[in-house]
Design a protein. Structure first.
Length: 314
């Protein structure tokens, strides 16, 4: 009996020992996991801080370029200016050769470009500045653009009526998805040729595309629009009179006057930046407004919004 009791005690002690060992192992594993988690969290924070710093630096460079361009000439913006020159496949260390950079920063590649936002059709041109009345010229231009892209041109009037009825100001082009008739494919099709700006703006004819030109003047042919693009490259337009003269040169037998919704300068710009950091491709699009006079914060530019997309590389 005593032998059986002794065996039972030994068995219980063994089980208790196993349980204690298991608990210790779980605690140790938990502590190690927590330590790894904290280390990884610190690393992620460091990486995100670096990305944020680099993005801010790139945008500051864009703002400086736009400021320099303003100093060089306030009346005209065209594709022969400094802002139109892209930066491609560059490394951080190429620009900071005299700095003692961490290894993880040296390997970062980046590229960037500035696009004239007023080269695109501004959806805000469908209404007046207060969104109280519909701009029929803007609606017709948008309808022409949609038709060129193989889309339903009636969306132009539907968009104008919907926003006016709901008194809801748009900020991003993606918000069109909330209007009946739009889907992701539709927005993807117009994304290259349209934008939403905070106010109605003129289309800059020195920078716009053939598609937007044809939307503005449907009487132009594809070859007419291509000729317009070619001629403006050799001699940028400087005034409304230049626009009228160029249209007359292209179509000498037709009277085509410049519209009030076109111009030769811009106040809004899109900065496209891309960074390759280890296995991440980080692309950012930023809308910048430029002013002709110094603002209360002593700047000539302001960031209106910024959108980021991260792709994990394999």
């Amino acid at each position: 009996m005593r032998h059986s009791y002794s065996q039972s005690q030994k068995g219980s002690a063994t089980i208790i020992a196993l349980i204690v060992v298991s608990l210790v192992a779980i605690c140790v594993s938990s502590l190690m996991w927590q330590q790894d988690f904290e280390i990884r969290k610190t690393q992620i924070y460091k990486e995100n801080t670096q990305v944020s710093w680099l993005q801010r630096s790139l945008i500051d460079v864009v703002r400086l370029v736009l400021r320099i361009d303003l100093v060089n000439g306030q009346e005209v913006d065209h594709l022969g200016e400094i802002w139109a020159l892209p930066i491609e496949n560059s490394r951080i260390e190429d620009f900071l050769k005299n700095q003692d950079l961490p290894e993880e920063l040296k390997s970062i590649k980046f590229s960037g470009s500035i696009q004239d936002a007023q080269a695109l059709f501004n959806v805000a041109n469908l209404w007046d500045v207060n969104i109280s009345t519909i701009n029929l010229t803007g609606v017709q231009t948008y309808a022409n653009l949609l038709e060129q892209l193989g889309l339903n041109k009636n969306l132009a009037d539907q968009t104008a009526q919907y926003i006016l009825r709901n008194n809801r100001r748009l900020q991003y082009l993606d918000e069109l998805i909330n209007i009946p008739g739009y889907n992701s494919d539709t927005i993807k099709s117009i994304n290259r040729f349209a934008i939403v700006l905070p106010e109605p703006t003129a289309v800059n004819l020195n920078t716009t595309s053939i598609e937007v030109l044809l939307a503005l003047w449907p009487t132009l042919s594809q070859s007419d629009a291509a000729q317009f693009i070619q001629l403006r490259l050799s001699m940028p337009l400087k005034s409304q009179n230049d626009i009228t003269q160029l249209l007359t040169k292209i179509q000498p037998n037709k009277t085509t006057q410049a519209l009030s919704s076109v111009g030769v300068k811009s106040d809004y710009w899109l900065a496209q930046t891309n960074m390759l950091i280890e296995q991440r491709n980080i692309s950012t699009q930023t809308l910048i407004q430029r002013f002709t006079a110094r603002q209360p914060d002593n700047n000539y530019t302001a960031v209106l919004w910024s959108k980021q997309k991260i792709i994990q590389m394999k």
